[in-house]
Each structure stands twice: as C-alpha cells, then as structure tokens.
Design a protein around this ligand. Sequence first.
Ligand SMILES: Nc1nc2c(c(=O)[nH]1)N[C@H]1C(S)=C(S)[C@@H](COP(=O)(O)OP(=O)(O)OC[C@H]3O[C@@H](n4cnc5c(=O)[nH]c(N)nc54)[C@H](O)[C@@H]3O)O[C@H]1N2
Ligand SMILES: Nc1nc2c(c(=O)[nH]1)N[C@H]1C(S)=C(S)[C@@H](COP(=O)(O)OP(=O)(O)OC[C@H]3O[C@@H](n4cnc5c(=O)[nH]c(N)nc54)[C@H](O)[C@@H]3O)O[C@H]1N2
Ligand code: SF4
Ligand SMILES: [Mo]
Length: 682
Amino acid sequence: MVEKLTPVICPYCGVGCGLYIKSVNGRYAGIEYNYDHPVNKGSLCPKPNDLSFLNSPDRLRTPLKRSESGFKEISWNEAIKEVASRLKEVLNKYGPNALGFIASAKCFNEENYLMQKMARILGTNNVDHCARLCHAPTLAAMGRVTGVSALTASFEDVSNSEVIVIWGSNPAETYPVLMGRYILSARRRGAKLVVVGPARNRTAWHADLFLQLKPGTDIALANALMNVIVNEGLYDREFVEKRVEGFDKLIGVISKYTPEAVEGICGVPSFLIRQAAYTMASTRRGSLLWSMGVTQHIVGFRNVIALATLAALLGWYGKPGTCVGGLRGQNNVQGACDMGALAEFLPGYVKVTDDSGRARIASLWGVKELPSEVGLTLPCIFREAEVGKIKALYVMGENPVISEPNSNHVVDGIKKLEFLVVQDIFMTETARLADIVLPAAAWAEKEGSFTNSERRVQWSFRALDPPGEARPDLAILISIARELGLERYFPYSTAEEVLSEINNVIPSYAGITPDRLKKVVGGILWPCYSVDSEGVRVLHTEGFRTPSGKFMIIPVEHQPPAELPDDEYPLILTTHRVVGAFHTNTMTGRARLVAKRWPEAEALIHPATARRYGVGDGEVVKLVTRRGEYLVKVHTTDDVLEDVISVPWHWGANVLTNNALDPETMTPEAKVCACKLVKLGG
Ligand SMILES: Nc1nc2c(c(=O)[nH]1)N[C@H]1C(S)=C(S)[C@@H](COP(=O)(O)OP(=O)(O)OC[C@H]3O[C@@H](n4cnc5c(=O)[nH]c(N)nc54)[C@H](O)[C@@H]3O)O[C@H]1N2
Ligand SMILES: Nc1nc2c(c(=O)[nH]1)N[C@H]1C(S)=C(S)[C@@H](COP(=O)(O)OP(=O)(O)OC[C@H]3O[C@@H](n4cnc5c(=O)[nH]c(N)nc54)[C@H](O)[C@@H]3O)O[C@H]1N2
Ligand code: SF4
Ligand SMILES: [Mo]
C-alpha cells in the first residue's frame, strides 16, 4: 500500500486555498490541511473537506460516441480522429467563424492557453468561457478606469483595511476563507464592515451597516454616496487632484442623486446613506469588493465604473491596506482570462483588434496572421447556433445547459449544431446532448497552474491516477491539434513546456517559470516581469495604467433592469449561491457529505409575500417567468425584501432567468427579472 500526501490547490473558488490530497495506491483517500499555505493557513470551507466526487462511479472513463441507441464506447484513437475530422469538415464548408470554443475556469492556465491558441490558429476568435457570465463587466470597466482589470491588491491588504465594503457579494458563503481569515479578522481588530445588497445574507449578519437596496439600483446608491462625500467635503482631495481625471464631469451627474431622491429609487433610508458615506470616508485605508450582485445586470459595466469611482474619491488605491475589485469566482477564472480565453482578448489582454499586439503574438506562434475581428461571446455563441451561424462547438469544462441564463434557449441552440464535443469529468446535462464525449482527468489527476483572485499563480501537483482511460485536458487538446494538422504549433507534451511559452508571450507572467512556481508554496503574484522579481502585491502605487496615468472617471446614470414586475409577473426574481453547492453541482452534488447537507433548492420568500399566496415553509410552488417554469420548495425568511424571491441556481433555476445582455460586455442579467408564484394543488 502506497500512501501519499500531495499539495494541491482547491478546485472550487477563486480564493485559492491550499490543501493536501491523501492517496492510497493512486486513489483518493481524503484530505489533510496545509497549515503552511499563506492564503488559508490550514482553513478550508465545507466543499474541499469532502472531495469524494473524485471516486464517484459516475466519472467518465472512456470516450463516447452518440448512436441511434444511445452513447457507445469508442477508443481514444477513434475519438480524436472523429473530433478533428468533424471540426475540419465545418471549417472547410462554412469557414472558421462557424466554429465555437468554450474554455474553462476549472482547467489550468496551460489548458486554457492551448484552447484559445487552437481556436485562433484555426482562424476564429469565437473562444470564450464563464467569465462572460461573471466578471466580464469587472474586466472591461476596471480595465477602462484603472488600466488593469484584476484586484488592485491582496487579501492581506483587505485584512489591513479600516473599512471594508462588500457590495453585491456574500463571501460568508461564496468565499468563506476570505470571510473568516481576512474580513472577520479585520473586523475583530476594529475595522467597520459595510454590506450592500438586497438580501440580508450571511455576510450581512456581520455588518456594522447593512444597506438593503432593491435589486438593480446600485448606480443610484453609489451616486448618492458620492454626492454626500463630495458635497460634505469628505473626499480625498490630494488623491483626486493628483491622480484622478474627470472629477468635474462627475459633479454634474451626481448632484441630482441626493440621498432623499435616491431613497425613492433604491429603498435605502437617506439617513443610512449619509451614515454609510461618513463611515467610508472616515479612512483612506479601505477596501471595496464586489461580485455577482454587481456584475450580472444589463448595467454591469456601469455598476463597476460607479463603484471604482467611489473608491477613487476615497483614495482607496495604490497603497497597502487598500484593495478594490471584483472577487474572482471560479478557482481559475482569473487565469483563464489572463490566458486569453476571451472573445476580445489574446493572451495578456492584448485586444484582438490591436494590430501591433496581434502581430507580436502571431510572430511568437509562428503564424502569418491571426483573426482581428472580435469573436462571439458565450451567450452569443448559443444565439448564433440557434440561427445556424455556429455549426460546431467544442466545450471543455463548462455546463451551459444549467449555467446560462434562459437556459431553454441554449438547448435550442445546441440542437441546431452539426457537431458538439463535450470534454468533462462527468456526463453533464450539456454532455448528454453531445455527439462525442471526452473523459477528462480532474485537476488532482494532472498538474498545472491556477491563478487566484489576488493574481496569485500557483502550481497544483498531480496526486491521483485518473479513472479508466480519462486523460488530462492538456493531452487531449494536443492530440486534437495534431490531428488537425497543427503539430507545428503544439510541440509540447507537458504543462511545464506550455507555461514556458506563456512566460514568453505574456509579459506579466515572464518571471513565473515552472521551476520557480513548483518550489514556492503560495506561488507568485503577477505582474512578475522577470525571474528576479517577487511579483507585485499592490498595483497603481505610482500611476494608473491608463493612457494618462490617472484614474479615468466616467460618470454613469441609473437605469432600471431590463424586466420589471407588472400585473402578470408581479414579483422580482433574483438568484444566489449556497455554501455547500458549487455551480451546476456536478462535483459537490456527488460529494457524499456535502450533497447530503445541501440536497435541493429552497426559494427564499418574505413571510408577508408567502402569506399573501397562502404558501408555507417546505411547500413546493411553481415559479413562472416569460421564459420558463420551475418547481421549488419555499423557505420563508425576512432576510429578503417583500415581493423579492431569491432562488439558488445550482439546481436548474436558469430556465427562469433573463438573458438580456449588458451591451458593453454581453453579460446576461442573471440577477433580476419579473416572475409569478403559482400555488400548486389548489
Ligand atoms: N459555495 C459556492 N461558492 C462559490 C460559488 C458557488 O457556486 N458556490 N461560485 C463561485 C463563483 S464562480 C462566483 S462568481 C462567486 C459569486 O459570489 P457571490 O457574488 O457572492 O454569489 P451570489 O450568491 O451569486 O450573489 C451574491 C449576492 O448578490 C446579491 N444581489 C442580487 N441582486 C443584487 C443587486 O441588484 N445588487 C446588489 N448589490 N446585490 C445583489 C444577492 O443577494 C447575493 O447575496 O462565488 C464563487 N464561490
Ligand atoms: N442564474 C444565475 N446563473 C449563473 C450565475 C448566477 O449567479 N445566477 N453565475 C454565473 C457564473 S458567475 C458562473 S462562473 C457560471 C459557471 O458556469 P459553468 O462553468 O458552466 O459551471 P460549472 O458547474 O462550474 O461547470 C464546470 C464544468 O467543468 C467540469 N470539470 C471540472 N473539472 C474539470 C476538468 O479538470 N476538466 C474538464 N474538462 N472539466 C472539468 C465540471 O464537471 C462541470 O461540468 O454560471 C453562471 N450562471
Ligand atoms: S474558500 Fe474557496 S478556495 Fe478556499 S476552501 Fe473554500 S472553496 Fe476552496
Ligand atoms: Mo463566476
């Protein structure tokens, strides 16, 4: 019996905690805490305490091909040939823009890098991933106003802040270790916690001030806070004078957003808006962090601009003890974006439309030219499939049939495809619709690097043997690329070799070499321009990375959500996550202990709303929107506002949600739509 402990990075959220996997003869046998890991010092939230999904009998073990009588097992050789020939067929018949590629924030940097490279060398920028449903607004807006889309500093800076504002996020359930080790420890030292959101979630339970706003009214509230901060002279004058551009334009817009006027829009009492403004402005060392409550709106981009500007008035940039930005969700969503698994960006955030940047990467890859037209984003890939423009789709490590808002349309789009290949560790709802299913090794059965929310790049080692014939995504991508005739551009066999190329292509990763990374527990933060550099923790200490070197103010106005309640659909529906379930529940749903404790969805409904409909706790009701119907159990709580229903989306609630898009970033409005509640059984 060979027992081993191997250091890995948690496969769930963007906090990037370290742990050990215990293996016996190459099979998963439990975990051990890693007390030396700088991010979590041994702490873990419930999910990675039980990784028994790795041993699940449901794991995909062999490549599968759809036939009239269902899926049948085929060899790897056949599978690779089939995938390559079907992709080539579509390419030859319709051109490269009939192909779509969906990369994965669950996969390593090296794997995402290879998938986007494959798409681009084949001639299309139709490559995207779940960041589109998540932090694309953060990416675009922070890029615009500060020049860098990532978090401005580290979790250590959050814990050294004197005021921490958590806006549209519930880290107590979604980033528990960040909440426990950093946010609550700051609070124990005397830092003030301000929480903004429509539900009194578990994070709000700890707040000194909780601003409970109506969904979709964030800009109005942010503008009112800025109104008080400017009118009462509470802003950081020196910072604004030296480092900010566009202050005068801002005054013109925020002057009408008085706390009294905004109370009527967002429902937060004006005295509380004033109190929050004074609390925030009491320090120049504060953090302002947000996630899905801010980005998943048709105004997601503008929401982020408003919050980033609020932080600029307070001077919360460029020094230790400040941290501003969107808390990255998936374990490697920061990395997948850095690698260019995005329709508009090549690796290192080089715009596909930037001729000289594109030419540099083309020459490093040894190709004459790369496509210069912005590709289709994730929701648009499915829309274009529905109208017959996307003909073949390669999905690696995503489950859009459950995760895309207005998911019935995704199924319609997929049914129109000529060819779908899905590469996953389980037979997901999306894989069931595929022509070919490829069995992937899970993260602990392979190795490579992940980048957490702090820009911390970390190596995760191989601890286990993959089940059956499952293979690492990296190996599968390389085989398909070679079969497509691209062997010249894919001369690798290991993740280290791919990371070495990334070191050459992405300047901020230049010093993050495989050798260094494998030696340092806790990894290296980018930007790290050379092998002598330790990486940079606090960004913007000198200037911002904008053309003028200053923070660029863009004033923004309140705009209501795309769909508001009316007589037919009188309630507001929003969606949330719970601590024990992760996304489409493929992994947590098969982890025995976790799945037992969080078995199904419960819709949160205010007791007064429930009374009006004559429904009580535990009763199953039907929720209906213009897009679909969903049966769900009722849980009454005054944590939500009257007439707002909040449903966790892990169990399929996206048949209800709205896919109206933020025009700047194409992110769907998963967080607000109109719905009605139907009591069942008379
Ligand atoms: N357990 C668990 N943890 C996870 C995940 C998971 O699935 N499960 N997923 C990971 C990923 S990818 C992500 S992106 C993060 C997401 O992390 P969070 O953003 O924290 O997750 P959510 O629960 O979707 O949304 C957060 C809050 O937004 C609020 N909200 C809704 N509408 C509005 C609004 O209009 N304005 C404001 N201000 N707030 C609003 C909701 O009340 C909710 O409490 O979590 C990561 N961590
Ligand atoms: N209504 C509503 N909808 C939402 C959200 C919301 O707040 N509300 N949030 C959105 C957000 S923020 C996000 S990030 C998306 C997430 O959406 P998805 O990324 O589609 O969701 P996941 O369930 O994380 O899908 C990951 C898939 O990868 C597989 N997998 C895991 N490890 C590996 C591996 O190593 N290799 C391969 N090939 N596969 C692997 C898993 O089994 C799973 O099927 O959902 C979005 N959808
Ligand atoms: S906080 Fe995130 S990274 Fe840390 S253990 Fe929990 S899910 Fe994993
Ligand atoms: Mo996310």
